[in-house]
Design a protein around this ligand. Sequence first.
Ligand code: NAD
Length: 245
Amino acid sequence: MTAAGSEAGLRDKVAIVTGGASGLGRATALALAKAGARVVVADLDAQGGREVAEMVDGHFRACDVSDLDANRALVDFAQEQYGGVDIAFLNAGVATGCGVGDDFDPARYRRAMGANLDGVVFGTHAVLPALRARGGGSIVATASLAGLAAVPFDPLYAANKHAVVGLARSLGPALAPDNVRFNAVCPGFAESRIIDHLRGMLSEQGLPVIPAELVADTVLRILTGDATGECWFIQAGRDPEPFRF
Ligand code: NAD
């Protein structure tokens, strides 16, 4: 998809971006705005979110995606600001930070499930009526390479992200009658705050980190395509492509 092609498909579309204050969400909010979309940035981080909203000439809405009512209020807000919603990039997420053994921490586990999985389920539930009201729309969720492969050093994060992959594969066909597409992106390590705790390991093992902009480009490619139920694998040195299960 060329930049011009993206612009044609996304101009004046209304997009919600969760986790838009930072990293992949921030890069995608900027790319959407560049393509002519109207962007509502949603995040727990009000300062970062407001900065991005200002950069994209859009709006910021404080939202904890693990709270169903907050998701509903976010969609209401976007409709009030722009008269409808066409796109949701359900991307907010956190590192899990615990395992299942002596390091198990129920609060951290709940927080990660809330952001990484409930955020996608609640966000989808909340936005569906708005998308239907427009005659259809497109949802992209951020899963991860951790949703496609075993991650022995972070099994709970892998569980969250495998669930998002399962949702994308299943909601693609399930939402087709509503003319709503549902796809996921599955990045490997990408430049953002969430990998700060892994930087030592990444450099020791010489593991590549992809730019956040590559994820943003892939999201735009999905939004301007016509596929549904796909999980796009994004890794260094290769063109992003739908994962073949
Ligand atoms: P990031 O930390 O830079 O950004 C995540 C954003 O989500 C932050 O602004 C944070 O405030 C927000 N957030 C967290 N919990 C929230 C909640 N409950 N409600 C609302 N906002 C919340 O990290 P990122 O890498 O940009 O993360 C974005 C997504 O990408 C996450 O789902 C993450 O799991 C996923 N991901 C990241 C990588 C990577 O290597 N960076 C790889 C694969 C997938």
